[in-house]
Design a protein around this ligand. Structure first.
Ligand SMILES: *[C@@H]1O[C@H](CO)[C@@H](O)[C@H](O)[C@H]1NC(C)=O
Ligand SMILES: *[C@@H]1O[C@H](CO)[C@@H](O)[C@H](O)[C@H]1NC(C)=O
Ligand SMILES: *[C@@H]1O[C@H](CO)[C@@H](O)[C@H](O)[C@H]1NC(C)=O
Ligand SMILES: *[C@@H]1O[C@H](CO)[C@@H](O)[C@H](O)[C@H]1NC(C)=O
Ligand SMILES: [Zn+2]
Length: 563
């Protein structure tokens, strides 16, 4: 017996050199290995599930540039004495030109309502002479402007800054304006007038930034494209439509590094923290028109229901329904927004449904969506398809049963839905009416009784929701954007994703870039009454906007140098 075969007192399981004990020992080891293995598998599964559930983790989703983007001395000019007033006057000069878009705008060479756009072009030429002598200008669609400032590095994708030079009409309620809408009045604090906030401030701000950079002998490495549509307020049929086609021909699919347009949810203080809130996606669009056709007749011997009555039941069913619900997914801009607010807001102010919701392994998305929707009407329609009956036609004569009645519903389609799904939802409410009252629905009979008329869903206008632009710091475009925000508004400002309830010209630019950010560089409450009486913007806000555009150009160019 050797020492090595002695049972060790420290190893109660080791025993004599019997085969049985040896076997028992290896079984133990095997068992331990098995249990350990099982535990490891369970652990890894759990971990990966956690990671998947929390992906992308809060910290990543709302990580801010570090070090923060710092201002360049090339944007110092906005602080020079006299600059703010001069900038305000340049914007006021543009506001004075009544470039109104009307829904029924005729061809550019026939409709004289385009004349002010000619004046606008002349104004820009006179106000920004260096821009016009340095950049290439292509006029598109009659009055839309595409300026190209060629960069020295030919293989870098361009930066594109956009806005529109048209405004919504201001012809009614003139007596309610403090100053006439096209007077371009300036007081100590504000610039007043139609277009002061939507969006001549963006156009003039961008051009002021470019003019100044040229004056400072700065030259871009990355090509810069400025694109200003002439008819954004009537959905861009001549302007953005053709700008998009033109630029896709030149730069190709995804040929542009980043597009920054108007829009977004300002720079706002939320739960004690300042957030810049660009729209990183846009909703889709759908008009659904429902028409009811029935036999007419004399009103003295009426049928139980007229086309007006049947259509009213449809309108009423749609209005009262909850076919569209708030909806959130982990990819949602608003999920990113809530995560950002939870990560950076003052924790004593951030409601617990947000804090708990975004950090939960298995969040109740529907519940969080509903709570978010309840915070305001505007917020609701950031996460839900809208529906509104906006046009109604029926009846001609007091003693004649109306042969036809028609309604138009307008929907802004949630980014995770589609016009087709939205139309299906409407149809599901029209069907029961067709069935109950025995009308053919798009030519199809749904009941056994003889039909008393027809319900048709008319073919109509729509477009899909936009792709979602990246909103994490590993995206160069998002990084540049966030740095420009910090440089212009302060290193403590957090850039967080947001969405839009409507559309901008960018709906025609989806092919041009994966990185589209819709953001007017304005603090909440300093740009008021867009599309209504007393539209105005603070002078200081316009000046900050100019600083932002300058920084955006510089940071985008610097990013090129560093990669
Ligand atoms: C601006 O900063 C650069 C370095 O970043 C420096 O070379 C230049 O002299 C500065 N210009 C002025 C006017 O301060
Ligand atoms: C500038 O415009 C001219 C004339 O339209 C054109 O030939 C040239 O290619 C343009 N250059 C750039 C950089 O767009
Ligand atoms: C309903 O449509 C059918 C064809 O599907 C047509 O024959 C009929 O006249 C229409 N009825 C009314 C009231 O328009
Ligand atoms: C984008 O590209 C697709 C496919 O290449 C094309 O069908 C579509 O018309 C383009 N969209 C726009 C707005 O130009
Ligand atoms: Zn606008």
């Amino acid at each position: 017996m050797t020492k090595s075969t002695q049972p060790s007192p420290k190893d109660p399981f080791a025993s004599d050199h019997s085969r049985a004990s040896l076997k028992w020992g290896s079984w133990r080891r095997l068992l331990a290995l098995l249990i350990g293995g099982l535990w490891a598998i369970t652990f890894i599964t759990k971990l990966s599930k956690t990671l998947r559930n929390d992906f992308p983790p809060l910290t990543t989703i709302c990580e801010q540039p570090s070090p923060a983007g710092s201002p360049s001395n090339l944007s110092d000019f906005v602080n020079e004495p006299g600059f703010a007033l001069a900038a305000a006057k340049r914007l006021a000069g543009a506001v004075k030109i009544p470039t109104m878009s009307f829904d029924d705008m005729g061809p550019v060479d026939k409709d004289e309502r385009w004349a002010p756009f000619e004046v606008m072009h002349k104004y820009l030429r006179n106000t920004f002479p260096l821009t016009h002598s340095t950049l290439n200008l292509t006029v598109i669609g009659g009055y839309s402007l595409v300026y190209t400032w060629p960069g020295s590095t030919t293989n870098a994708k361009p930066l594109m800054l956009t806005g529109h030079i048209d405004v919504v009409p201001s012809l009614t309620a003139l007596d309610r304006w403090t100053y006439p809408p096209f007077s371009g009045t300036i007081d100590e604090e504000w610039i007043y007038g139609r277009g002061a906030g939507d969006c001549k401030n963006n156009v003039i701000g961008i051009m002021t930034a470019v003019e100044h950079l040229i004056r400072s002998s700065w030259k871009p490495a990355r090509t810069i494209v400025l694109a200003f549509g002439q008819d954004e307020e009537i959905s861009g049929p001549r302007g953005a439509t053709n700008i998009g086609i033109h630029l896709e021909e030149i730069y190709g699919k995804n040929g542009i590094a980043m597009i920054v347009d108007e829009g977004g949810m300002n720079l706002d203080t939320i739960y004690g923290k300042e957030f810049a809130l660009p729209g990183i996606a846009e909703k889709g669009y759908l008009n659904v028109e429902v028409q009811v056709d029935m036999l007419g007749g004399h009103s003295s011997i009426p049928s139980p229901h007229t086309s007006i009555g049947i259509l009213s039941k449809i309108v009423s069913a749609i209005e009262d329904s909850t076919i569209f619900q708030p909806h959130l997914e982990r990819k949602s801009p608003i999920w990113g927004y809530l995560s950002c607010v939870a990560a950076h807001g003052d924790s004593s102010k951030v409601p617990s449904w947000i804090r708990k919701g975004v950090s939960s392994k298995e969040p109740d998305m529907d519940d969080i969506a509903e709570r978010f929707a309840k915070t305001s009407v505007n917020n609701r329609y950031l996460v839900q398809t809208s529906k509104a009956a906006t046009i109604f036609h029926a009846g001609l004569k007091s003693n004649a049963l109306p042969e036809s009645a028609r309604v138009l519903f307008n929907s802004r389609v949630d980014i995770f839905s589609s016009p087709a799904k939205t139309k299906e939802a409407y149809l599901s409410l029209v069907k029961p009416v067709a069935e109950k009252y025995s009308l053919l629905l798009d030519g199809v009979s749904l009941s056994d009784a003889p039909s008393i008329g027809n319900i048709s869903i008319l073919p109509n206008l729509g477009h899909e929701p936009s792709p979602i632009s990246p909103f994490a710091i590993d995206s160069d475009a998002w990084l540049v954007f966030s740095k420009a925000v910090q440089a212009a508004f302060g290193s403590e400002v957090v850039t967080a994703p947001s969405a839009m309830t409507g559309n901008t010209d960018t709906r025609y630019y989806w092919n041009l870039s994966e990185n589209i950010y819709r953001w007017s560089p304005t603090r909440a409450g300093t740009k008021l009454n867009i599309h209504t009486v007393d539209e105005k913007i603070k002078i200081a806000t316009h000046v900050e906007g100019i600083k932002f555009y300058t920084e955006l150009i510089l940071k985008s160019d610097a990013q090129l140098e560093s990669t």
